[in-house]
Ligand binder design. Structure first.
Ligand SMILES: Cc1ncc(COP(=O)(O)O)c(C=O)c1O
Length: 400
């Protein structure tokens, strides 16, 4: 009998979305005449932009001709795609070398797989609440996690505790689920703390494209010193509607060098390159060509139309909650709106209350950590019409 990875026994059941689906299905079966509005989805709904479609078609045609057919590509990604991403960083005022960029099939794989570069006796700091992949992927390999609390007192933007040493720090900004977004000063404090502690920051920037205020950093590398202490994960999922097309990228700067227990220098860039070359055979040529098109100036402009659509929905939600005096976070630089459950409800009670009374489905905050248990996440990925209708129902339900 094989000995199994019993760390899996330590995982908490991920019943969040199945439970939401189950409760929603039970309700609709009982009340088929009452249409439910879903503002819980973390998936995009707008179609791919024109330049992505054009690049996809052209690449498919190339694959159909012997002269232009492509087999295995470089595991790190094609130079064209890496260069296009480096140029995108440059246009946003950040220097990132193309050879620090690794193209992937999305940020979920990379944020999950990155644990392989680290030993098992690190102090690993993970915010609560946050995207559950960080905790689960560490649990799967037997790592112990230390939580840092995001809460109303720190506007869900926890800051370092300078009296405590940590080795690995997860940061997600703009945050899923809270929508909160760090400013320069706050990120600088994290970078300075990491440098002082010789720690590494794992910076998840999957929602950077939602940041429209030029005063807010869209990359950790906008902060001086970050290339010596941070890995950045990005995704085309929300930027370009690639949740089904699949493409992301991870930046591992060459400056990220640490010392092994026997005094040898270890480069995280070299290690990640080795890891990817061993276990990953690259993102498809077709998808990478579409990604390169996305990061052209024209491509980014086209994507912005979809982002603006979602941002308009977010504003409808944010304005309604403001009017109803329900405290909330996010909704400006993020597709997520994180509100405090009214009348002291816990998040699952709030879920049932909204479903029963106004047929609006969202995501209970408890699914993102202990600190989410009295909060609720709505997303702006629905249609404009359904978002407006959901908010009209909110107004009727919560008007004082
Ligand atoms: C914070 C965060 N990181 C990463 C991902 C995963 O992105 P991808 O679709 O690129 O795997 C998500 C998706 O919901 C997310 O919310």
């Amino acid at each position: 009998m094989p000995k199994l990875n019993e760390n899996y026994l330590q995982l908490k059941d991920s019943y969040l979305f199945s439970e939401i689906a189950h409760r929603t299905a039970a309700y609709t079966e009982k009340h088929p005449d009452k249409p439910v509005i879903r503002l819980g989805i973390g998936d995009v709904t707008r179609p791919l932009c024109e330049c992505a479609i054009k690049a996809l078609h052209e690449s498919v045609d190339e694959m159909g001709q012997a002269a232009t057919f492509k087999g295995y590509g470089p595991e790190q990604g094609y130079a064209k795609t890496r260069d296009a991403i480096a140029a995108y960083y440059k246009r946003n005022g950040v220097d990132v070398d193309a050879d620090a960029i690794f193209i992937s099939d999305g940020a979920k794989s990379d944020t999950g797989n990155i644990t392989e570069l680290f030993g098992h006796d690190n102090v690993i700091l993970i915010p609560d609440p946050v995207y559950p992949v960080y905790v689960d992927s560490n649990t799967m390999c037997g790592n112990k996690v230390t939580y840092i609390s995001g809460n109303a007192d720190n506007d869900f933007l926890p800051m370092p505790d300078h009296s405590q040493h940590v080795d690995v720090i997860y940061i997600c900004s703009p945050n899923n689920p809270t929508g909160a977004c760090y400013n320069y000063e706050q990120l600088k404090e994290w970078v300075d703390y990491a440098l002082e502690n010789e720690a590494v920051i794992l910076y998840d920037s999957a929602y950077e494209a939602f940041i429209s205020d030029p005063e807010l950093p869209r990359s950790i590398y906008a902060i001086e010193g970050a290339r010596k202490c941070a890995i950045e994960f990005c995704s085309l999922s929300k930027t370009a509607g690639f949740t089904g097309t699949r493409c992301g990228y991870t930046v591992v700067p060459k400056e990220l060098v640490f010392t092994s227990s026997d005094g040898r220098e270890m480069s995280l860039n070299t290690m990640w390159n080795r890891r990817q070359s061993t276990k990953y055979n690259g993102t498809s040529y077709i998808v990478q060509n579409a990604a390169a098109a996305i990061f052209s100036e024209e491509g980014i402009k086209e994507c912005q139309e979809n982002l603006n659509y979602y941002k308009k929905n977010a504003k409808v939600i944010a304005d309604t909650l403001t009017e109803l005096q329900i405290p909330f976070y996010g909704g400006i630089h993020s597709p997520y709106i994180w509100f405090e459950c009214p009348n002291g409800m816990d998040s699952w009670t709030c879920f049932d209350y909204l479903l029963e009374n106004i047929q609006v489905v969202g995501t209970p905050g408890a699914g993102f950590g202990e600190n989410g248990k009295n909060y609720f996440r709505l997303t702006s990925f629905g249609t404009y019409e359904s978002t407006v209708e959901a908010m009209n129902r909110f107004k009727k339900l919560f008007a004082k």
